[in-house]
Design a protein around this ligand. Sequence first.
Ligand SMILES: [Zn+2]
Length: 219
Amino acid sequence: MTGLLWQIFNVLKEVLNRTIKFPELLLTLLGFSATKKLRLRVVILRDERGLPLASNEEAQPAYEEARRIFARMAGVSVEPAGWRVVTAPHAAPKAALDVHCTDGAWQDDLGTAGGFFRSLMARTTGGTLTGYGQPLTVFIVRSMSTHNGCSLGAATDYVTVEAKTLRTTRRLLAHEVAHACGLWHSKNPANLMAPRGPGEELAHWQAAVLRTSRHVTFF
Ligand SMILES: [Zn+2]
């Protein structure tokens, strides 16, 4: 039940922020482009034996890739939310290590996995009641049923990325973060929101939607 309340609360925060930022969205579409900030952190989970699923050195390049892509394509400066990459303090439950995407990410979020993710996010401050400037957290998980990365869009303040794909597909982290900032899939293979491929471009309107997400702020 707690998970459901969080989902509803997050969607309400998204609606509130999107409404307030609507004039800014229009200005951005007309060419307004002052640099904005997105607070982002990566948490590498530990398996049942307490072993990290990836090293800091394996996660950093994906973080840096997101920093580069968002600065270049959207004028958004990705900044650490307390830290850039950290390993979880203790072992994660199986439900959080082996997650679902299209076949059950919502149920995961309502169950043990979502509770665990929220407990880790609550260890640090930085959240706001209205959702304005809420940091995004990327959890590095062991496996995913149907995809390599997953986002529930505005309903959660986290996304998940599979450890083995983190090493091979750096753009995936940026792709999932962009979902959490309101973007959906593109059919253009050169686009960051293409489900597959090396694409990293964002159309002007996509940049405007990302820039007016509740996670992206001026200060
Ligand atoms: Zn996607």
